[in-house]
Design a protein around this ligand. Structure first.
Ligand code: ES4
Ligand code: ZN
Length: 326
């Protein structure tokens, strides 16, 4: 439709994308072959058929298993480049991508191999498409505080190449307060701070992310809507929410996109954005997410312009660069 074409053409920034979650089944098989690794699925179709989830943990189990094919610097480079090629086709002009170093260092892949590979892909994408990008190092919240501190230590030589730290993986039972001291240290290193909160976890986890982690941006935030005072605070503080509609649907965070909280978020004056999270697993890149929202008929062209502008306003680009984009 007309609206589909309109939303697809909007220049946008992507602020919530796990690079390991952009590993398409075809690329997973190719990397497995290149690295001489056996994977427990016979075909791309069999693997795709396994992508049926009732909750976050169902997905995480298969996502960490998939990442095992990533071994060498060029694997990370090729992964990133494949994502940037797809993002550029969706008119993404800037991307701030998450990576999960612990998923790799715990398998014996050195931190520096991950960094060099991702940075090579980022540089190549900027040359190819003019697409700029930044890196966000995520701590796995199901692991302990000591492990997060050890990861932050590995990141020290690379601190100038990192924009922020984040917090992801299994939310319930791993509240933000567990990482307050790690985030304090990251802030002292000059890094921005973001955290997944309120995806499956309660509104109090969102409050903790604000008060104890001092976040600059909130990833997901859906369940903040259960607390009116918290919503008012997020609006007042102009907190950016990186919302992921198709992810929410696939992980049963919402029952249907027609009842997705994006409408309520915009009505509450929240600075919401549209993002793809783990596109290879959730059935779509950023324009698929925009079009899925458009199909609900509950958002106007003006709403989509706001969402696309919010993605630059909520980015960690400098003010002059943001002004050039909006
Ligand atoms: C994630 Cl959707 C989601 N939630 C939490 N952690 C994650 N890691 C990758 N995708
Ligand atoms: Zn995520």
């Amino acid at each position: 439709t007309d609206l589909d074409t309109f939303v697809a053409g909007l220049p946008k920034a992507e602020l919530h994308l796990h690079i390991e979650g952009s590993l398409e089944p075809e690329q997973m098989f190719a990397l497995a072959q290149r690295n001489g690794i056996a994977i427990p699925f016979g075909t791309v179709e069999e693997l795709r058929a396994a992508y049926s989830f009732s909750r976050l943990q169902d997905f995480l189990d298969i996502y960490y298993q998939g990442a095992d094919v990533l071994r060498a610097e060029d694997d990370f480079r090729d992964l990133a480049l494949a994502y940037f090629d797809r993002a550029a086709a969706d008119n993404v002009r800037h991307a701030e991508i998450f990576f999960d170093p612990q998923t790799h260092t715990d398998r014996g892949v050195p931190f520096d191999v991950v960094m060099r590979g991702l940075l090579a892909g980022m540089a190549e994408a900027e040359g190819r498409h003019g697409l700029t990008s930044k890196l966000i190092l995520c701590f796995l919240r199901h692991l302990d505080e000591d492990a997060a501190f050890a990861t932050l230590k590995m990141a020290e030589p690379w601190v100038d190449r990192l924009a922020a730290v984040g917090l992801d993986s299994s939310e319930v039972g791993h509240p933000p307060e567990k990482f307050a001291r790690v985030f304090e240290r990251a802030g002292a290193m000059g890094l921005k701070r973001v955290a997944h909160a309120g995806e499956e976890g309660p509104p109090d986890y969102v409050r903790q992310a604000l008060d104890l982690l001092h976040i600059d941006r909130l990833d997901h935030g859906n369940r903040a809507l259960e607390d009116a005072a918290l919503v008012a605070r997020l609006a007042r503080e102009k907190m950016t929410l990186t919302v992921c509609p198709l992810s929410n649907l696939k992980l049963c965070v919402v029952d249907h996109l027609d009842t997705h909280p994006m409408r309520a978020m915009l009505d509450a004056g929240l600075r919401a954005t549209v993002n793809s999270d783990d596109p290879a697993y959730f059935g779509g890149y950023v324009n698929d997410n925009f079009r899925a929202l458009a199909a609900t008929g509950r958002l106007s062209r003006a709403d989509f312009v706001t969402l696309a502008k919010n993605s630059f306003l909520g980015s960690f680009l400098d003010d002059a660069t943001i002004a050039r984009h909006v």
